[in-house]
Ligand binder design. Structure first.
Ligand SMILES: [Zn+2]
Length: 711
């Protein structure tokens, strides 16, 4: 019926097109995505056309252009798309299903096309250049404008004709390839399972893991499955994979699991998808894009908008870390072999990658008597949240209160919280917390994303920032709350650091508020900074209480955590250097026709950045989603780069004395007023210097990792 296609002026906007406020998640369906995203894009395209026409006129008349005439309307167009498409992308990450995934994929190309159109608009580009040339802008505006102009240049605004058409086609193809890459990793992770029915197969596994494996078996249809008697289903998602490798005494099962994990999405097995060809295609397309833009390679394109000045500067840092880490990693491997020799000589003389986690856990127990599983009862999620919120109050002067039921959610386990200034009581922000792993429907890993960004709405009302905080920790089992490993606690603190950056911003211009306009390699500063507090005596002992008895974590356990912090620090650092250097070289050295596959290049890099050579079937690149499905291409080094900043920032607290309450609070407020407040309004080196009083030094990171050279 034709009439049903006409908008009814009295009808409320569909949930997906509201464009402001908290999204009504449950009202958003795959069908709406297919229906309303094209509708939204049509409307935005029309408005962009009108804006371009008015700017064309203004440019021709020679009249001065105001920020309000260019940047504000541009922001409002972008914000409407960010709001709607942001909800779809969020749901695709936390409630992934075939229908939604297909609906998301079907709209990706037109969304990218709209971004390209705005980003390649010659009129807009000339208007921004005019705005820049006129002068009279404050520092924040100048940075926003410079970043916008550079972003447009990187989107090919300077290209013409065939060259621009080819650039656009490659952008679209890259977006589709990235989505396919990520989905194939998720599918490959979910496709592989190992059903265990023999009690001997689970000997030595902690109860929490047995419970999780039985729960997985129940979800797969084994109604009778129980933690005590099985059957149990092992899988490749991290909450099952990680602990199984650490604890399983069955070397043969560890090997099967490990081999399946490293060959995910590499075409191994029946009907298995292969990300290998996608990798070459992605790298080839990126290199062609770089050439079109006038850069030598994709690494140069990436670094154009980073805090790091050049590839050489990044390599210098990685080489410093590599030199400190390599001998340490070799010593650590010898220590694992020695540990295995005491118990199982066969494994010691032939230590394999699937043995490393297992013996590392044994050595950890032997040396620190620290069983990471045994600490779970001291970290029930509710207490950990109390500790985290208390710390934020102490350091930054903010109050966090539960507000469940006050906001729509997408899943029954999701929590909602509000953030207030502790002294004035003023509302500052809010956030969602989606803590638990949901294999099959939720993307792995942990992340923070923006739900609402601090800004003034078109009607002039202030919008407070709202964050999505997503983790993948073990869910509650029966009456037992989610009992976290110490690693999961660190992950929560990490993501919360991103959340604080997003939520405590005081920048009024949304383009530079919170994490916006913060260089990629500096954006992990607040998150990694927060992880340090998990090792602070007052913070940790204040929150770690046994979920049943309420007893605090014994001091001796805390001391072990401290000692264990630098345990295998060489291997961990070396692994990050390996990934960062591989990423960088794939995007600067590799090119089609090089006579060396990306995997071969990786293996060449591995000769100086691993101490246990990758197995022949190790296809880690095929599941390296960070650089092929995420935004980290030629930017994986950013983790280490930002860690230099975060370790050095934390050392400011160490310098005043971690038990010097007055100084800690003063330093915390200064951190809030600089790093957390100024967002992308200033260059990260300036923001850092205004907090620290000097530029950053890697000394604190090398010391915290236990790699400091002894004189
Ligand atoms: Zn992070």
């Amino acid at each position: 019926m034709v009439a049903s296609l006409l908008p009814d002026p009295a009808a409320p906007a569909p949930a997906l097109l509201v464009g402001q406020g908290l999204p009504a998640f449950e009202a958003i369906t795959p069908k709406q995505v297919r229906l309303h995203i094209p509708e939204l894009l049509a409307s935005l395209n029309g408005e962009l056309g009108s804006l371009e026409a008015s700017l064309e006129q203004a440019l021709a008349s020679g009249a001065p252009l105001g920020w309000e005439a260019v940047m504000d309307p541009l922001h409002h167009l972008g914000e409407r798309l960010r709001w709607s498409w942001g909800v779809v992308s969020h749901l695709n990450g936390v409630c992934n299903g075939t229908e939604l995934r297909e609906a998301h994929a079907s709209q990706q190309a037109p969304v990218v096309a709209f971004g390209n159109r705005a980003g390649q608009s010659g009129v807009l580009y000339r208007a921004l250049q005019r705005l820049q040339a006129q002068g009279g802008l404050d520092g924040t505006q100048q940075r926003i404008l410079a970043a916008e102009l550079r972003a447009m240049e990187l989107r090919g605004v300077g290209l013409e004709g065939e060259s621009q058409a080819a650039f656009n086609a490659a952008s679209q193809e890259l977006a589709e390839l990235s989505t396919r890459f990520g989905n194939q990793v998720l599918d490959a992770t979910n496709a592989w399972t190992l059903r265990l029915t023999d009690p001997a197969e689970v000997e030595g596994l902690p109860e929490s893991l047995k419970g999780l494996l039985a729960e997985a078996a129940r979800q797969a249809g084994d109604q009778q499955a129980s933690a005590a008697s099985g059957p149990r289903l092992v899988g490749l998602d991290f909450p099952r994979y990680g602990p199984f490798l650490q604890h399983s005494q069955r070397r043969d099962l560890r090997e099967r699991l490990y081999r399946a994990h490293i060959s995910r999405a590499s075409g191994v097995g029946e009907g298995g998808s292969d990300n290998g060809p996608l990798i070459e295609r992605i790298l080839t397309l990126r290199q062609e894009q770089a050439h079109r833009l006038g850069y030598a390679n994709w690494a140069e394109v990436s670094l154009a908008s980073k805090m790091a000045g050049s590839e050489a500067e990044v390599e210098r840092l990685l080489e410093d870390l590599r030199q400190a880490a390599f001998p340490a990693a070799q010593r650590e491997l010898d220590e694992l072999r020695a540990c295995a020799a005491g118990a199982k000589a066969a494994e010691a003389s032939d230590l394999q990658p699937w043995d490393v986690s297992f013996w590392a856990e044994r050595l950890r127990q032997e040396r620190f008597d620290l069983d990471s599983e045994a600490l779970r009862p001291w970290f029930p999620l509710p207490r950990v949240l109390d500790g985290l919120f208390g710390l934020c109050d102490r350091l930054f002067g903010i109050r966090i209160v539960a507000a469940d039921g006050e906001a729509p959610i997408w899943q029954a386990d999701v929590r909602f919280f509000r953030v207030h200034d502790a002294s004035s009581g003023q509302a500052l922000a809010a956030f969602y917390l989606d803590p638990y792993s949901r294999p099959g429907s939720k993307r792995g890993g942990a992340w923070m994303d923006e739900c609402l960004v601090r800004q003034l709405s078109p009607d002039g009302k202030p919008v407070l920032p709202v964050a999505y905080l997503v983790c993948n920790q073990s869910p509650p089992v029966g009456d037992t709350p989610s009992l976290m490993t110490f690693g999961e606690v660190e992950t929560l603190f990490h993501e919360f650091g991103h959340g604080l950056h997003h939520m405590l911003t005081t920048v009024e211009r949304p383009q530079a508020a919170g994490i916006n306009n913060v260089e990629w390699d500096a954006v992990e500063l607040p998150s990694q900074f927060m992880e340090n507090w998990c090792y602070d005596r007052a913070t940790l002992l204040g929150m770690a209480r046994h979920w049943q008895s309420g007893e605090p974590l014994p001091e001796s356990e805390f001391d072990k955590l401290l000692a264990a912090r630098t345990f295998l620090g060489g291997a961990a650092t070396l692994r990050q250097v390996h990934l960062a250097l591989t990423d960088l070289k794939l995007h600067s050295l590799w090119r089609p026709g090089l006579d060396q596959s990306p995997e071969q290049l990786r293996r060449q890099i591995a000769t100086t950045t691993t101490v246990l050579a990758p197995l022949p079937e190790d296809a880690m690149l095929c599941s390296f989603s960070h650089i092929f499905a995420g935004g980290y291409s030629a930017g994986y080094y950013s983790y280490k780069w930002a860690e230099v900043l975060s370790a050095d920032a934390f050392s400011a607290f160490e310098e005043v004395g971690l038990d010097n309450e007055e100084s800690i609070q003063a330093t915390g407020r200064r951190f809030r007023d600089t790093v957390l407040s100024e967002g992308g309004s200033r260059h990260p080196a300036e923001v850092f210097a205004s907090f620290r009083g000097r530029s950053a030094s890697p000394e604190a990171l090398i010391r915290h990792t236990g790699l400091a050279r002894t004189p």
